[in-house]
Design a protein around this ligand. Structure first.
Ligand SMILES: Cc1cc2nc3c(=O)[nH]c(=O)nc-3n(C[C@H](O)[C@H](O)[C@H](O)COP(=O)(O)OP(=O)(O)OC[C@H]3O[C@@H](n4cnc5c(N)ncnc54)[C@H](O)[C@@H]3O)c2cc1C
Ligand SMILES: NC(=O)c1ccc[n+]([C@@H]2O[C@H](COP(=O)([O-])OP(=O)(O)OC[C@H]3O[C@@H](n4cnc5c(N)ncnc54)[C@H](O)[C@@H]3O)[C@@H](O)[C@H]2O)c1
Length: 460
């Protein structure tokens, strides 16, 4: 049995920085990874998709420029080059991460599939089939999530894509049918439509993005429809079948009717599930919820002392920056005697469709549900000078403010650079800056930020 002070399972967005931090603090540390270093974000998530979104945006600009007086009569999407660029960026990020681990003193990188055999013991099956046993006083679980394969008739008979395998495509699909209208479905849907695929989105909820206000859903649906993407909501996919011509027939129930689509590719984007099934948690005191997420308290401690869970595997908002913040909390508490917790932390996020959706704090729907005394300020992007100048007037800026304290409770920006503009309001929330102050703040002209003056002037 090999002994360590700390073992981290999974080299995700919390695992790698935590492993380095503990090792640098003098802890004898091991990080175990069953696949490749960097986890979802670097290999199958944010990095590759945002690199591809950048190419897709350029394709869209090339095809939608007449209004700005620039005519590009024709252009090609060199998909091979798009994917090669994406792969190179991923390689750089991953190798940087591996090098960072390898040059850290006291830190050992172990490739293999880790499984608990007791509260503080693990068996690790290496890629060569060998098995080693390990123990540590502190164990940190950062095993992330993987795509859900919905239990739909025929799903195992077809060659479906997931958010991971779609990143290995060599050609743009002729017709991509996407099951699920969440972040993954929407980001890939718009991206592949811009690369030239016909895209059909089937969402089983009554609307896209059900956690957002209805006006967000409406404007996003409108943007997708304008971009030529077919969107069906309240659509229950009931069956997949292979057709003789390499096509896939998809059957769905929609408003009491049966609809069918014949497509070249199917992307399953109906959510993600925690990677806890094979972790051997039944042999420990660690508890999971009914979806398999590891239960933790606000300090990210599991039911077993000195065993922590960080990132997507513990449930809650599944974002890279949240996983990274989990690392900050745990490292601060363990090494600096801190008392940081997840309680009340801000959860900003951005959906990288075009124009972007940037979100922070509560929605207007939540303000109503919580019975708050609030005001909602809203201006359309077509009233934003910079948006008009740039020729992208779709979307809006919206903020929910407390009527009494005049502070900002939440914001939604759908527009070009929506994520960046949202972040300005996040900083205002952190600094408890009131909307009156923002209304009269001098912002450089003509930034998108300048329109925050107008957003809050719309209140009176
Ligand atoms: C397509 C896509 C796009 C995304 N885009 C964004 C975005 O733009 N912005 C954003 O904030 N978030 C985005 N996300 C979400 C983000 O990628 C995740 O929230 C983030 O990567 C979570 O990281 P993590 O630290 O929880 O674990 P992960 O990064 O998932 O890492 C877990 C690691 O643990 C390893 N592992 C699992 N089980 C074991 C085991 N038993 N033994 C050893 N190793 C194991 C896995 O191989 C993996 O490397 C996206 C996700 C996807 C799928
Ligand atoms: N930009 C970002 O930050 C970003 C990008 C991608 C992913 N992510 C993270 O990854 C997580 C997972 O993304 P996701 O899009 O897979 O999940 P999601 O939960 O956001 O969306 C899944 C959607 O699929 C629908 N659905 C479920 N089963 C279905 C079925 N059988 N038929 C039709 N629709 C069905 C759901 O109603 C939901 O709208 C996100 O919640 C997010 O945290 C973040």
């Amino acid at each position: 049995m090999k002994e360590f002070d700390a073992i981290i399972i999974g080299s995700g967005q919390a695992g790698v920085p935590l492993a380095k931090k503990l090792a640098l603090a003098g802890w004898k540390t091991a990080i175990i990874e069953k696949r490749i270093v960097g986890g979802t974000c670097i290999n199958d998530g944010c990095t590759p998709t945002k690199a591809m979104v950048a190419s897709a945006r350029l394709a869209w600009l090339a095809g939608n420029n007449k209004e700005l007086g620039i005519e590009i009569p024709s252009f090609n999407v060199n998909f091979e080059a798009v994917m090669a660029r994406k792969a190179e960026i991923v390689r750089q990020f991953r190798e940087g991460s591996v090098k960072g681990i390898e040059k850290t003193e006291n830190l050992t990188l172990i490739y293999g599939d880790a499984k608990f055999t007791g509260d503080y013991t693990l068996s690790v099956k290496g890629n060569d089939g060998s098995v080693e046993n390990y123990t540590a006083k502190h164990i940190f679980i950062n095993t992330g999530e993987s795509p859900v394969i919905p239990d739909i008739e025929g799903v195992q008979e077809i060659k479906y894509l997931t958010s991971t395998t779609i990143l290995e495509l060599e050609e743009v699909p002729e017709h991509l049918l996407i099951v699920g209208g969440g972040y993954i479905g929407l980001e890939f849907g718009q991206m592949f439509s811009r690369f030239g695929a016909k895209v059909t989105l089937l969402e089983h909820g009554n609307r896209l993005l059900p956690k957002e206000d209805t006006d967000v859903c409406e404007v996003v649906t409108q943007i997708f429809k304008e971009d030529g993407i077919e969107v069906f909501t309240a659509a229950k996919v009931t069956r997949f079948e292979n057709l003789p011509d390499q096509k896939i027939k998809v059957t769905a129930e929609l408003g009491g009717k049966t609809i069918t689509h014949s497509c070249s590719h199917v992307l399953l984007a109906s959510g993600r599930k925690p990677q806890t099934e094979t972790l051997g948690l039944a042999d420990t005191g660690i508890k999971c919820d009914d979806r398999g997420h590891i239960q933790v308290n606000e300090f990210l401690e599991t039911a077993v002392k000195n065993v922590f869970a960080l990132g997507d595997v513990k449930g809650g908002p599944a974002f890279t920056h949240i996983s990274y913040n989990d690392y900050i909390i745990v490292a601060n508490n363990l090494l600096e005697n801190g008392k940081m917790s997840t309680k009340g932390r801000m959860v900003p996020y951005c959906m990288f469709i075009d124009p972007q959706l940037g979100r922070i704090g509560i929605t207007e729907t939540q303000a109503i549900e919580q019975g708050l005394d609030y005001i909602a300020a809203k201006i359309p992007m077509k009233n934003v000078a910079r948006a008009i100048e740039n020729g992208e007037t779709r979307g809006f800026m919206k903020a929910v403010v407390d009527k009494n304290t005049r502070q900002i409770l939440g914001a939604t920006i759908i527009g070009e650079q929506g994520g960046e503009t949202m972040t300005i309001l996040q900083m205002a929330m952190m600094g408890k800056i009131t909307y009156d102050e923002i209304r009269t703040t001098i912002f450089a002209h003509p930034l998108y930020a300048e329109s925050l003056n107008n957003l809050f002037m719309s209140i009176e």
